[in-house]
Each structure stands twice: as C-alpha cells, then as structure tokens.
Design a protein around this ligand. Structure first.
Ligand SMILES: [Zn+2]
Length: 251
C-alpha cells in the first residue's frame, strides 16, 4: 500500500500541474489542451525545465525566468494539494474501489473549482457540468446499485443550496448550488455532513472576517463559498460514510 500512496502522490503532482492550467484557462474560455503555458506578465513560453511541478517554482523562487515577475503561490499549492489529497484518498480507500475511484475524480474537480472561486468568485459550468456527467457515468459503471442514492443526494444537495440562492442571490450563488449537486453525485448520503461542515467553516471564517475588518467593511467582503464546500466534501469523502453510519445507528 505504501507504494500505491507514493505513486498516487506523484501522479497528483502531475495532475495538479494540469489543474493549474485549468484554473488559468477555463475562466477565459481557452482550451486547456491548446499550446504551452506562457508567463502572464511577459508572455514568454514556459520552458519544459521550468514546468516541473513544485520543484521549478521553488528553484525559481516564485519568479518568471524571463521577466522576474512573481508567479502566484497558487501554482505550487495546487500541485502539492493535489498530491496530498491523492495520497490520502488512496490510503483511506485502498480497499474500496468505488470510494477510491469516485473520491479521486471528485478531488480532481474540487481543486480547480475551489481555486477559481477563490480567485474570481465564480464556479464555472464548464467544470461542474462535466463533473456531474462523469459522476453519473462512472458511478453507474462501477457501482450501479449505489447510483440511485447518489442521484437523490445530488438532487437534494442542489435543492438545499439552490432554494436560498433563488431567494437571496447576494448570499449563496447558483454556482454553489451546482457544486453541492456535484458533491452529492459523488458522495451519496455523506453529502449531508459535507454541506454541514462546509457551511459551518464558512460561517466561522465569515465571522472572523467581520471581527477583523469591522462590521461595515466585513459585510462588503465577498467570501467565496466554493472552497468551504470543497473542504466539507473532502472531509466527507474520507470519513463521511462513518459519520452517516454513526448517525443512523445512534438515532
Ligand atoms: Zn515573465
């Protein structure tokens, strides 16, 4: 199993490198497969040796080799984050193919969605729609018996955040509701604890922002909700079934 975890982490570094391309290009509606990456400041094409996940950013100390402009810490963070989450997912779900496969795909979508929401306060349909389709196709293929539960969980989660979004679009956005639906399609019943954890951490951080900036400035700060939902989804993906079982046994 140790070998599988290391392989997953290395694979996560490489996938994370591609997820950075998604984060940069999806909001601009550019193809993630078209052409080499360029420095956003000077337009120089990134050399292959400067495109090694994590290592290049560290060696270049976060600066472009050509113009010296600083390169966002988002690049190494996305790569390291993908590597860690891939490794942990394999470690936790090593013996359960369904949870393993759906968990890895979910993480692969959550990371760029959270990063784009953090940077731009939007959750692109160009990520949530393919995420939903792949969830249903892969879920039906590897675990047909569980698909009904995941479809119900997806619909319920989308509705749970979608109704407040319709009533008060200034708070929760429809992008958040679509993300919740996607989470349900991958998680099944554990989407319940995922939403609770996401909402709770979002509220705690929101209170922290208001406390540190004062009421009027804090209220104007738009806090993207996607990263918190993604955090809840990751926790639920790893330990959510145990939480649901405990709840069902206890009550
Ligand atoms: Zn440059």
């Amino acid at each position: 199993m140790a070998l599988a975890i290391v392989a997953a982490a290395v694979g996560g570094l490489l996938v994370g490198s591609f997820l950075n391309v998604l984060v940069s290009r999806v909001p601009k509606r550019e193809s993630p497969f078209g052409g080499r990456s360029k420095c956003p400041s000077c337009g120089a094409t990134i050399r292959a040796r400067d495109n090694i996940p994590l290592i290049s950013w560290l060696l270049l100390r976060g600066r472009c080799r050509d113009c010296g402009a600083s390169i966002s810490a988002r690049y190494p963070l996305v790569e390291a984050g993908t590597a860690v989450l891939y490794g942990v997912t394999v470690a936790v779900h090593y013996d359960d193919t369904t949870l393993l496969v759906l968990g890895l795909i979910l993480v692969t979508f959550l990371i760029p969605i959270a990063a784009i929401d953090l940077e731009l306060q939007l959750i692109p349909n160009r990520l949530t729609l393919p995420a939903a389709i792949i969830a249903v196709v892969v879920g039906t293929a590897i675990d047909p018996d569980g698909e009904i539960e995941r479809l119900i969980a997806g619909a319920a989660a989308a509705l749970f955040l979608g109704l407040p979004a319709l009533i008060n679009p200034r708070g929760m956005g429809m992008g958040d509701a679509k993300l919740a639906g996607v989470m349900g399609l991958y998680l099944g019943a554990p989407v319940g604890p995922a939403l609770l954890i996401g909402l709770a951490t979002g509220v705690v951080v929101g209170i922290g922002v208001v406390a540190s900036q004062g009421m009027s400035a804090g209220r104007r700060t738009r806090i993207p909700f996607g990263p918190f939902l993604a955090f809840g989804a990751v926790v639920a993906m790893l330990v959510g079934q145990g939480m649901v079982d405990w709840y069902v046994d206890t009550f």
